[in-house]
Unconditional design. Structure first.
Length: 313
């Protein structure tokens, strides 16, 4: 069996989910694990963050090189995640990133191993996703290219992550230039991301402090990057809790996503003949995953009709 790539695990204050993930990984026994943990927000939270970190010591029972980055102070989600990935790529050229609530099918690791090598020097390819929100394609050996990086279990290269930029000001400038039209595919797409930038530009924006993934998407688009998506969904997210930061919402779409089926990728892989985005799949992801409520859809169309309107805080 081919050796798995290094894996970075992002943990915080969910010992039960961390334990499930480690038990899940024990089936494939990666040889290199990097564990990054943000610090507690309060003295009362110290106990549960310590308990979560102890899971690592108690449950990694196979031959494995484990490196740890345990913060004593709380950095917040955006900085904690992005700085942990920076730390990871100070030591590795490529690897897999998993948050504590994401359980990938074992075949995802082989998928990453093969494609991290195949596209190692292809600068335009910046991300490999585990998630396929709408796995309607019939070929479980295949994959396609997307403009959207999905962050429920993913892999990338140091050369790609070096392009990560969380400067709101940079994207504010871009959104007012011809560059913006080149970054996205449709008016709906451009308007959605224009609203995201405006919301992150407001004073004390919660979105700005938590959403590293939005900045990663914008970084990929700014550099005309592409992402690899398996034709089947290979990840289960077990983090739909009321206290979760980015997966706490309720509703039909959340119910769908928490129950989405996990499938195995089949090998040998069938590679696309051309490196270009699958526009139909991208539009489906935008329309039903990113704009996944009537309220969001209404605000997007309102902004399309009246671009001078400011977003609600």
């Amino acid at each position: 069996m081919t050796e798995l790539p290094p894996i970075l695990i992002l943990i915080f204050n969910r010992p039960d989910k961390t334990e499930l993930l480690i038990k899940h990984l024990s089936a494939v026994k990666p040889r290199k694990l990097y564990i990054a943990a943000d610090g507690p927000r309060t003295n009362r939270e110290q106990e549960i963050t310590d308990k979560t970190r102890k899971i690592i010591d108690d449950h990694i029972n196979w031959d494995c090189d484990v490196q740890r980055l345990y913060r004593s102070e709380n950095l917040g989600l955006r900085v904690a995640v992005s700085s942990a990935i920076d730390w990871f790529f100070e030591k590795e050229q490529s690897g897999v990133i998993l948050e504590d609530d994401c359980l990938p099918d074992p075949t995802f690791f082989r998928f990453c191993t093969e494609l991290l090598e195949k596209y190692r020097d292809e600068d335009r390819i910046m991300h490999i996703s585990a998630l396929n929100s709408f796995p309607t394609q019939s070929d479980p050996n295949g994959y396609y290219f997307s403009i959207y990086p999905k962050s429920w279990g993913w892999a990338t290269w140091k050369r790609a992550w070096k392009r990560y930029d969380d400067s709101v000001e940079k994207y504010q400038i871009a959104s007012k230039s011809n560059k913006w039209k080149a970054m996205f595919q449709t008016a709906l797409d451009m308007t959605f991301w224009k609203l995201i930038i405006e919301k992150m530009s407001t004073k004390n924006s919660k979105m700005r402090s938590t959403s590293w993934a939005y900045f990663w998407t914008l970084s990929v688009r700014y550099h005309d990057g592409l992402c690899i998506n398996p034709n089947v969904n290979t990840i289960q997210n077990i983090g739909f809790d009321l206290d979760a930061t980015n997966t706490s919402e309720s509703g039909n779409f959340s119910n769908y996503m928490r129950n989405i089926e996990v499938e195995s990728i089949q090998f040998p892989l069938i590679h696309p003949s051309h490196i270009q985005s699958h526009k139909e799949e991208d539009h489906k992801f935008l329309k039903y995953h990113l704009i996944n409520s009537r309220i969001r859809r209404f605000l997007i169309y309102l902004k399309l009709l009246f671009p001078f309107l400011k977003p609600l805080k």
